[in-house]
Design a protein around this ligand. Structure first.
Ligand code: G
Ligand code: MN
Length: 408
């Protein structure tokens, strides 16, 4: 506003609308912040007082330069700027605001409205062009609708971002599904020997899932993908079918250890008489890891009893790796306990591990379970485990997992 249009605070005339009740409730949108650029201190303080009563957070810039500096510091919800200012004009302030915040609503006021000022205001993206003297009702309505528009724009942006995110997630899921479908076709079972600790003779083989697909290169990656895509049952069925195949063909007497996911216990196919493992159940040990919780499996005890009735033996896998060793031992009453390789690694040198293994072996034997030590890599570990009375040993020292059955 130039000096010619300076007016007293009385120029901010109260609203004429007789229906406006006062004091009005302050709606949520009124807490919006307004940056007012006005060089006339009296008009500025009148606008500020009025808008603050209306519930707005108001900042005053006394010239264009100050407004631009304040804009650099923080984004107001609305910019209300006079056109005539002593330094840069209101159009420059509007342009600077729009450059920094493309969606900021800009209201321009002038004491000398003309087609030219209205057109110029439009060109800098002002949503409203207000004539002075200001009508309070008009000013509030203009600010209210600017704030509402700003809110709608923000919601549109958020909805757009969400859509984009969902799109990306959807594509990722679709890609993962393709990878998993391919891996279902291509994965194979490797077999690792489990030997008798006393003689070194072959007792059993553990079937281990192996994938050479770079998208899902490890058993854990395949399991994670199957969990994400709710395909745990499908995966388990193929695992059991592929693990059993060479055993069924060869009719060998060696025991087969197969890993179950805790969810597999909920799959009826595991219990079916014509399922791949059912016919050879008396030669199969089903491993259930201690790492994953079994607490959310309904009817756990009955399901375990059903498997036993079919002839299966049960093993707790990775004992000592989780927090539920005692619980797993008492609920499952396993025939076999597999001590986790984290306890086996360096057991010959670490007195604590030695003592834990000793106690786990004693507890297992007391409850009638036999013990497999997993992940045996050195002769020193082997000797320690033999002296600690482990019944069976498994690990790279005794044999790596290989595609062919170890006796072939
Ligand atoms: O959870 P589970 O115990 O089923 O995991 C067995 C895994 O441990 C297999 O992937 C197998 O390749 C790996 N493994 C078997 N023997 C050894 C070993 O001696 N050392 C190490 N580091 N890993 C082993
Ligand atoms: Mn295992």
């Amino acid at each position: 506003m130039g000096s010619s249009s300076r007016r007293s605070p009385a120029s901010v005339r109260p609203a004429q609308d007789p229906h406006r009740s006062s004091p009005h409730p302050v709606p949520e949108s009124r807490r919006a912040s307004v940056l007012v650029t006005e060089d006339d201190p009296l008009v500025a303080s009148a606008i500020q007082a009025f808008l603050m009563i209306e519930g707005y957070d108001v900042q005053i810039a006394k010239d264009g330069g100050e407004a631009i500096r304040m804009l650099a510091h923080a984004e107001p919800d609305v910019l209300l700027t006079d056109i005539g200012l002593p330094d840069v004009d209101g159009f420059a302030v509007a342009r600077a605001a729009r450059e920094r915040y493309p969606n900021i609503p800009v209201l321009m006021m002038t004491g000398r409205p003309s087609v030219a000022t209205a057109t110029a205001a439009l060109e800098v993206g002002a949503s409203r062009h207000i004539s002075k003297p200001l009508q309070c009702a008009e000013l509030v309505l203009a600010i209210e609708s600017a704030v509402a528009e700003r809110l709608r724009a923000k919601q549109r942006d958020a909805a757009f971002d969400l859509q984009r995110l969902l799109g990306v997630e959807k594509r990722k899921t679709a890609d993962l599904q393709i990878a998993l479908d391919d891996v279902f076709g291509s994965f194979w079972m490797a077999y690792q020997p489990i030997v008798r600790a006393s003689t070194g003779g072959l007792f059993a083989c553990e079937a281990l899932l192996r994938s050479s697909d770079p998208r899902l290169p490890t058993p854990l990656a395949v399991l994670d993908a199957a969990e994400k895509l709710h395909e745990i049952h499908a995966l388990g069925r193929i695992v059991r079918e592929r693990a059993a195949a060479p055993f069924l063909a060869a009719q060998v007497g060696t025991v087969l250890f197969v890993n179950l996911h805790s969810r597999d216990l909920l799959d009826d196919a595991l219990f079916a008489p014509d399922a791949p493992l059912s016919a050879m159940a008396h030669r199969v040990v089903l491993e259930i890891t201690e790492r994953a919780p079994l607490t959310d499996i309904d009817d756990l005890a009955r399901r375990i009893a059903d498997l036993r009735a079919m002839g299966f033996r049960l093993a707790i896998d990775d004992l000592g790796a989780g927090y539920a060793a005692m619980w797993a031992l008492t609920v499952m009453e396993p025939e076999i306990v597999k001590i986790d390789m984290s306890l086996v690694r360096g057991v010959d040198q670490n007195p604590t591990k030695r003592s834990i293994v000793q106690h786990l072996v004693a507890m297992s034997h007391d409850s009638g379970a036999l013990v497999v030590a997993e992940g045996v890599e050195t002769e020193a570990e082997r000797l320690a485990l033999v002296s600690l009375e482990c019944d069976f040993l498994q690990g790279y020292l005794l044999g790596r997992p290989v595609k062919a059955l170890p006796w072939e």
